[in-house]
Design a protein around this ligand. Structure first.
Ligand code: GLU
Length: 450
């Protein structure tokens, strides 16, 4: 076993023993440890202070009961979570996810990733994540409101504008943020910027809904620029059907690229002319009316629909998984390599399985990890917090310019920490992990053993 592998094993095995059933959490930590441990070996101050060991344990994790009554008058019980991972560089910050797959492992993985991601944005935000195994699909508006109110009746005592600032994520959009915020305000008796992703009339920021997707495309532009390429004329496949995918589609079209494939829970569509113009508006309309079948798009525009399939078998220039964790597996990696897809840009949080990543890493495909690519979402949340603090609202142009600059800076940080001279290419995983780690680690050292 190589020295490097032995170090990784020595670090991971106690975690595996303790948290063996937390598959996603262990996966996220291992991916970071693999690149950060050699750096720690060279910088013993981090080793002595056991920074990575400390970062792998949440400062606090709250698990709570969410009782609510459905429209038929029946009692329902869900589990709520808030993992307050790390507050070394700012208040805990991260979204709330409502999805049946939510459990402690998923929450911990997301909060761990969030800590490094938020650090990359250069804004003062610690890492946290929360949510519930509640499934918003098929629920009435009143059920969603009662659920959100019950959740917040417990959560409100653990959050605050200077303590922990939640936001949206999968299954949590403007409506859910509104209901949670309303109940927070009622219980805390104060109007503060305790949430981001708020409505524009009550403290929200312009561009926040599109920010993750826009930021991902700005980051992609930098990757391409770095190898003398541009997004103009490129074909792109995306998965996912939420805000994030929509932001990607819109920005790619604006910059002269073509998103030719998009997926939903029912399969994917292939539109060789690209999703542009009024087709994007139609997508938004589909989403806001709660329809999540991409087949509707295929029927309306007469394009191919592939039921139950993922879009990764297509010969495109850029693949952008925007849906959820571990959606991109070994078979997908093999297809992407075979089809000579040039770039695999993670937009969701950890969409690539560890095994798939290993194949991609040894291939020609340029890979960028979600924590750098999708950081524009939380960065714009940081900008929302700033606007709330100074009690001003910036124009869309101002917010977009900040966002663009932040993404350019994140790319620079990835180059700084991830450029491999020998290979003549950037290791974006290493770059993002190290850049995110160093800022948090130094703050933890400054603040002593807490
Ligand atoms: N849920 C988003 C993320 O994964 C945004 C979090 C936020 O805005 O706080 O980064």
């Amino acid at each position: 076993m190589s020295k490097h592998k032995a170090e990784l094993e020595a670090f991971m095995s106690p975690l595996r023993e303790k948290y063996g059933n937390e598959k996603e959490f262990l996966q996220a930590v291992e991916e970071v440890a693999e690149t950060v441990l050699p750096f720690i070996e060279k910088n013993p101050k981090y080793k002595k202070a056991k920074i990575l060991e400390r970062m792998a344990v949440p400062e606090r994790a709250i698990i709570f009961r969410i009782p609510w009554i459905d429209d038929k008058g029946e009692y329902q019980i869900n589990t709520g979570y808030r993992v307050q991972m790390n507050s070394a560089i700012g208040p805990y910050k991260g979204g709330m996810r409502f999805h049946p797959s939510v459990n402690l492992s998923v929450m911990k993985f997301l909060a761990f990733e969030q800590t490094l991601k938020n650090s990359l944005t250069s804004l003062p935000m610690g890492g946290g994540k929360g949510g519930s195994d509640f499934d918003p699909r098929g629920k009435s508006d009143n059920e969603i409101m009662r659920f959100c109110q019950s959740l917040m009746t417990e959560l409100f005592r653990h959050i605050g504008a200077n303590t922990d600032v939640p936001a949206g994520d999968i299954g949590v959009g403007a409506r859910e943020v509104g209901y949670m915020y309303g109940q927070y305000k009622r219980l805390a008796n104060e109007f503060t910027g305790v949430f981001t992703g708020k409505g524009i009339n009550w403290g929200g920021s312009l561009i926040r809904p599109e920010a993750t997707g826009f930021g991902a495309v700005y980051f992609t532009q930098e990757i391409l620029k770095n190898v003398g390429d541009t997004i103009k004329g490129k074909t792109v496949a995306v998965s996912g059907f939420g805000n994030v995918a929509w932001g990607v589609v819109k920005k790619v079209a604006e910059l002269g690229g073509k998103v030719v494939a998009m997926s939903g829970p029912d399969g994917f569509i292939y539109d060789k002319n690209g999703i542009t113009g009024d087709k994007i508006d139609y997508l938004i309309e589909m989403r806001s009316s709660g329809r999540d079948k991409v087949k509707d798009y295929a029927d309306k525009y007469g394009v191919e629909f592939h039921a139950g399939k993922k879009p990764w078998g297509l010969k495109v220039d850029i693949a952008m998984p925007c849906a959820t964790q571990n959606e991109f597996d070994v078979e997908d990696a093999k297809a992407v390599i075979k089809n000579k897809v040039h770039y695999l840009i993670e937009v969701a949080n950890m969409p690539t399985t560890l095994e798939a990543y290993k194949l991609i890493k040894d291939s020609e495909v340029i890979f960028a990890p979600g924590k750098a690519v999708n950081a524009g979402g939380v960065a714009t949340s940081g900008l929302e917090m700033t606007q709330n603090s100074i009690r001003l609202s910036w124009s869309a142009k101002e917010v977009d310019e900040h966002l663009h600059k932040i993404m350019i800076e994140i790319h620079k940080s990835c180059i700084k920490y991830g450029y491999d001279k020998k290979a003549g290419r950037v290791d974006y995983v290493k770059g993002a992990n190290l850049a995110g780690f160093v800022k948090v680690a130094d703050a933890m050292i400054d603040q002593g053993l807490v």
